[in-house]
Ligand binder design. Sequence first.
Ligand SMILES: Nc1ncnc2c1ncn2[C@@H]1O[C@H](COP(=O)(O)OP(=O)(O)O)[C@@H](O)[C@H]1O
Ligand SMILES: C=C(OP(=O)(O)O)C(=O)O
Ligand SMILES: [K+]
Ligand SMILES: [Mg+2]
Length: 569
Amino acid sequence: MAAAAAAAHSLLHPPAARKGPAPSPPSPSPFLRLPAARPRLTHLHRLRSASPAAASDLTAFPTPSGNLAPIDVDAATEAELRENGFRSTRRTKLVCTVGPATSSPEQLEALAVGGMNVARVNMCHGDREWHRGVIRAVRRLNEEKGFAVAVMMDTEGSEIHMGDLGGTSSAKAEDGEVWTFSVRAFDLPLPERTINVNYDGFAEDVRVGDELLVDGGMARFEVIEKLGPDVKCRCTDPGLLLPRANLTFWRDGSIVRERNAMLPTISSKDWLDIDFGIAEGVDFIAVSFVKSAEVIKHLKSYIAARSRGSDISVLAKIESIDSLKNLEEIIRASDGAMVARGDMGAQVPLEQVPSIQQKVVQLCRQLNKPVIVASQLLESMIEYPTPTRAEVADVSEAVRQRADALMLSGESAMGRYPEKALSVLRSVSLRIEKWWREEKCHEALELQGVSSSFSDKISEEICNSAAKMANGLGADAVFVFTKTGHMASLLSRCRPDCPVFAFTTSTSVRRRLNLQWGLIPFRLSFSDDMESNLNRTFSLLKARGMIQSGDLVIALSDMLQSIQVMNVP
Ligand SMILES: Nc1ncnc2c1ncn2[C@@H]1O[C@H](COP(=O)(O)OP(=O)(O)O)[C@@H](O)[C@H]1O
Ligand SMILES: C=C(OP(=O)(O)O)C(=O)O
Ligand SMILES: [K+]
Ligand SMILES: [Mg+2]
């Protein structure tokens, strides 16, 4: 037990390895500038010649005084860079579901300090006032403390689920007990051993003999009798019933999809929630139970018409058999995806979930869409302060697959140890990333072209080359100045060995980039003049101790299509 405790301790408290003296740069030239990629002549007007500048131009640039306001970076990133250096920054992003355990401003700040990149609110639970409070608290935190925590709203969708258990937080179903699942509206308190079901067709669709699975198998019942709106079921696998738990029913070993298969992906309640999300300025909307690309396209055009310029990214949750049938089309239409293993595991045999996860993660990377691996990563930490070995292995596998992000659900929403769970994700990510970088174990993924225009193609080739150069030269960081964030995501897609500092003029682009692997997003106003942008950025970052003279940096921008290699003066 003592050994276990010690192991858990080291997992939760990794030693902070201070950055040593700046490594001597492998490049002999302190200011080597490469020519711009050469496009066809017809596209030359897009390029501006990179005038060769002497190193002295940079050293002559005045160092800043105490004025640090022009760049937005949060204290957690700053401390991490200062203490651990570029190479050791975490590349895998972390999403936390906010619930009753984490909704106060103090609790949210603790999560942000602990590495939360995205706060998720799940519209299945809580009411709009509650969600509004959380979204606004996150916004305040960003404004007051310089964080760039993005907000993700997750729709309820038209799944079948249980009601609220009449206010109790959980109920235990024991072997052999008879429970009533009913579509009736009851007055509170609910009669004993009674569960509300949200789907009106439930009592008609089920048959005596069907199996009823709560949360994909947390508890299991057999339908023994139908009495109008009430369905009597005997518990055959005891387990815990949680409010609004998902329900599936099975007949002859297959999931039953009768009229429920015809339910809309976005329900009328979801549309109201989406209007709410647009009004509150959320950064991501994750759509539950996506079946086709059409629903994503529909939502994207709705958002474009409604949100007047503010960009909201639409993420497809891959969690049903239908989503697997149209996987590539759905991901192409979306701005990103989530491997939602909770419901997925209730629809396909559990042993198929790992290969589905790997397939979705790889496809998203090919198509340049960020991907989140979600559900039960550290499930036991809802109750216990340390994870199981199996959970750590599961997290490691998602990190090794180089998913953009990992997500906490119940662990952070209503668990006893939300901050500890986050710190486990953080330390496991750091450790596994370092191990795989050092061992150079990653199989090179042959990236296919993703660009739809020639000018995009130039950006893509520049990013591919810059990432390769960064690896070959052992660069400390890639700097990218990007207005829309597109160049930054193309770099992230290459999964370079060093982190990517993404400078963008917009706070909302900065927040959205926070979901993507390996990007450290900063908000900075900059001009079209790369020379002065770089000088200014170096000065600002040096003044804050985030970079040092001699650091080897590769710089790109989406205004000037070139690759520059230089040492920080
Ligand atoms: N806004 C909220 N209010 C109350 N409880 C919540 C809220 N968000 C999440 N939870 C709790 O956290 C659990 C895990 O969250 P999540 O995985 O997002 O939902 P679900 O279990 O419905 O898929 C939920 O089952 C619920 O008990
Ligand atoms: C993330 C998931 O969706 P939700 O928590 O909304 O059911 C899931 O099913 O894994
Ligand atoms: K949901
Ligand atoms: Mg789900």
